[in-house]
Write a protein that binds this ligand. Structure first.
Ligand SMILES: Nc1ncnc2c1ncn2[C@@H]1O[C@H](COP(=O)(O)OP(=O)(O)OP(=O)(O)O)[C@@H](O)[C@H]1O
Ligand SMILES: [Mg+2]
Length: 374
């Protein structure tokens, strides 16, 4: 169903995006080593990756890096060990991977029993990361012999930068040495993912490597209306044109919010009622509020910047004086520059040129509403 709010797995539930599917699938078929799937929040990155993986039937391991970070609050050897064990158990139970067990059996520390796979760290939690290397080497060898490329996904890869473990080194190792493995990294904080990988940074292990990029864009107005119409049709509901037009005006082509709106309209019996848009903003802002808390923990100045923009004080000088009025202490231009740049790299604000002046906008309408109602 189009209005199913989980990450989509099946191409039947996945609206349009044929070009993006072809692009990602083509890159994998060609054997590209490093593929980035980029786009703002709720635009459909995880769904695109899942749908393509399910179409391809190649073996894969999927690490939900943001999920791990949120669950454990850090990405260390222990959380790695947990995710390796969980993933390996999932994959060896599938038919495709049956013979992989033999290869895994050669990795010391991995025990195979009829009930499943256990990673034995011998009481030393910090062995979790080296085991990941061994696991990937075994996977590479197995894939080579089976003649099938294996795929490793780090969903929301920019969260790897919070780890003290050298993931960039691991990625470079895979890139250079494991010929039968392709890597997909997704990122909603596009600039931060680029910074983390450091392809242009001579100090990075990944300096100068080539990567292939798939960038997901918002749906156009017309696509958004078609999407909603088709979603409602699945429930045999026929919304009016005005209802759809108005929703699309507010939701700005972000498919995740369109799904959210569709769900609320159906579940709360609000089709053709303006209330459904209000309800989408109220419920949506509960989700966004949690995400903002994570951001504000990094710096309370992010909050002031977003408040300033949402109050229509969108110029550099206006933002600066707003922060100063909140903090009652001076703020240097380089410090403000860095904060604004970070928010752009996270995809939260965008820079615009209006009447010869630089202004900033909040990209997501529900995020803007949330800030206005904090
Ligand atoms: N092409 C599509 N057709 C139908 N629904 C979609 C499509 N793409 C995404 N969705 C829906 O939109 C929502 C967001 O999708 P998804 O989680 O894949 O996006 P994302 O970019 O990974 O988001 P995040 O940045 O939060 O991780 C989900 O409810 C998903 O079911
Ligand atoms: Mg995602």
């Amino acid at each position: 169903m189009l209005f199913d709010e989980d990450v989509k797995e099946d191409v039947k539930d996945f609206f349009n995006r044929e070009e993006d599917i072809d692009s990602l699938r083509g890159a994998l078929v060609e054997g590209r080593k490093l593929i980035l799937v980029l786009g703002i929040r709720r635009i459909g990155k995880s769904s695109l990756i899942r749908v393509v993986l399910n179409l391809m039937k190649n073996p894969y391991i999927y690490f939900d890096v943001r999920g791990i970070y949120q669950k454990y609050n850090f990405i260390n050897s222990y959380s790695i060990y947990q995710m390796v064990e969980e993933n390996v158990n999932k994959i060896v139970s599938s038919k495709l991977w049956r013979r992989f067990k033999e290869y895994l059996g050669r990795v010391s520390s991995i025990e195979i029993s009829p009930t499943g796979i256990r990673v034995d760290l011998g009481g030393k939690v910090n062995r979790g990361f080296p085991i990941l290397y061994r696991l990937l080497e075994a996977m590479d060898e197995w894939s080579g012999n089976e003649g099938r490329r294996a795929i490793i996904v780090f969903d929301e890869g920019q969260y790897l930068r919070y780890s003290r473990l050298n993931f960039r080194g691991l990625i470079a190792y895979i890139y250079d040495n494991l010929k039968n493995i392709s890597l997909i990294l997704s990122g909603s904080e596009v600039g931060l993912l680029h910074d983390f990988l450091g392809i242009d940074n001579p100090k990075s292990e990944l300096y100068g490597r080539y990567y292939y990029e798939v960038t997901l864009e918002r749906l156009s107005r017309e696509e958004s209306i078609n999407f909603l119409r088709r979603g409602f049709e699945e429930y045999r509901v026929k919304p009016s044109n005005e209802f759809l037009e108005e929703a699309v005006n507010y939701l700005n082509g972000v498919i995740g919010w369109l799904v959210f709106f569709g769900r609320i309209s159906i579940d709360k019996n609000l089709v053709n009622k303006r209330e459904s848009i209000m309800e989408t903003f109220i419920q949506g802002s509960k989700l966004v509020r949690r995400e903002l808390e994570e951001l504000f923990q990094r710096s309370r100045r992010y909050r002031y910047i977003l408040e300033s923009i949402s109050l229509n004080r969108r110029r550099w000088s206006e933002i600066k004086s707003y922060i100063i009025s909140k903090e009652l202490q001076p703020l240097s231009d380089p410090a403000l520059h860095e904060l604004l740049l970070n928010l752009q790299k996270m995809g939260i604000i965008e820079k615009k040129h209006e009447d010869g002046e630089v202004t900033y906008n909040i990209t997501d309408s529900i995020l803007k509403y949330t800030i206005q109602n904090l």
